[in-house]
Design a protein around this ligand. Structure first.
Ligand code: NAP
Length: 215
């Protein structure tokens, strides 16, 4: 498979790239800044999406993993926190960035025989399991869950499944050192979930272990 992974220079994306490469897959890993072995993609920037798509030169994509994401919410208080720029930046990266990523790579996805799209959201996207804190991040992940569910409908007729995933609470820069699992456990589980993604479960929202999450 040719697999594209956004935000693959650290954290969960990096582990996914490592595992898929070890399995012998052809991995295009992206980074928002230039670095050896990576294609540049800043998901906030439409011109960067266009340049990245151009660079692929029509190469089919079997699996697109929209992994890049941000969370600026730690330590924010309801009374004085959550400034407008955090809302704008978080939605740009976590929601619009995912849409532009998928839109710009549509020709490459459509050129593959059985393409799939995996969106890394979060369990914090759930409106059923609402909670306190991280209000901007929760809203952005809920929005990208909604986007993924709608894209599953958009692509239903052409047989391109879309899955939306919670990677677990993972020891990364975002998850912190006290998180529950390491990147290897998360990425190993996610790869199994992506393997199970078909038109029969397109629109699925589940965690890295395969446990369904409530919308
Ligand atoms: N860790 C957790 O516990 C957890 C839980 C639930 C969901 N998630 C989700 O899992 C995904 C990966 O998280 P992680 O824990 O691996 O986070 P991380 O270690 O903070 O890595 C985030 C990655 O996203 C990239 N990124 C951020 N903004 C970008 C942009 N504008 N353009 C391109 N790349 C950009 C970062 O690139 P730079 O190095 O350039 O910043 C980095 O490669 C995210 O979508 C996150 O929301 C994580």
């Amino acid at each position: 498979m040719h697999i594209v992974i956004t935000g693959a220079n650290r954290g969960i994306g990096k582990e996914l790239a490592t595992l898929y490469t070890a399995q012998g897959h052809d991995v295009t890993q992206t980074s928002r800044t230039p670095r050896e072995g990576f294609s540049v993609l800043d998901v906030d920037d439409p011109a960067s999406h266009a340049a990245f798509a151009d660079g692929l030169n029509g190469k089919p994509i079997d699996l697109l993993i929209a992994n890049a994401g941000v969370n600026f919410d730690k330590g924010q208080t309801l009374e004085t926190g959550y400034p407008l720029e955090d809302w704008s930046q978080t939605f740009l990266t976590n929601v619009s960035g995912v849409f532009l990523n998928i839109q710009s790579l549509l020709p490459n996805l459509r050129a593959a025989s059985s393409p799939k799209i995996a969106i890394i959201s979060s369990q914090l996207a759930s409106s059923t399991n609402s909670g306190v804190g991280m209000l901007v991040y929760r809203a952005s992940k809920a929005a990208v869950l909604n986007l993924g569910r709608n894209l599953a409908q958009e692509f239903a007729d052409e047989g391109m499944p879309v899955g939306i995933y919670h990677p677990g609470w993972v020891q990364t820069d975002m998850g912190g050192a006290n998180a529950a699992i390491d990147t290897l456990s998360s990425a190993t589980g996610l790869i199994q979930r992506f393997d199970h993604l078909t038109m029969a479960n397109s629109g699925v929202y589940e965690d890295y272990k395969g446990d369904a999450l409530p919308y």
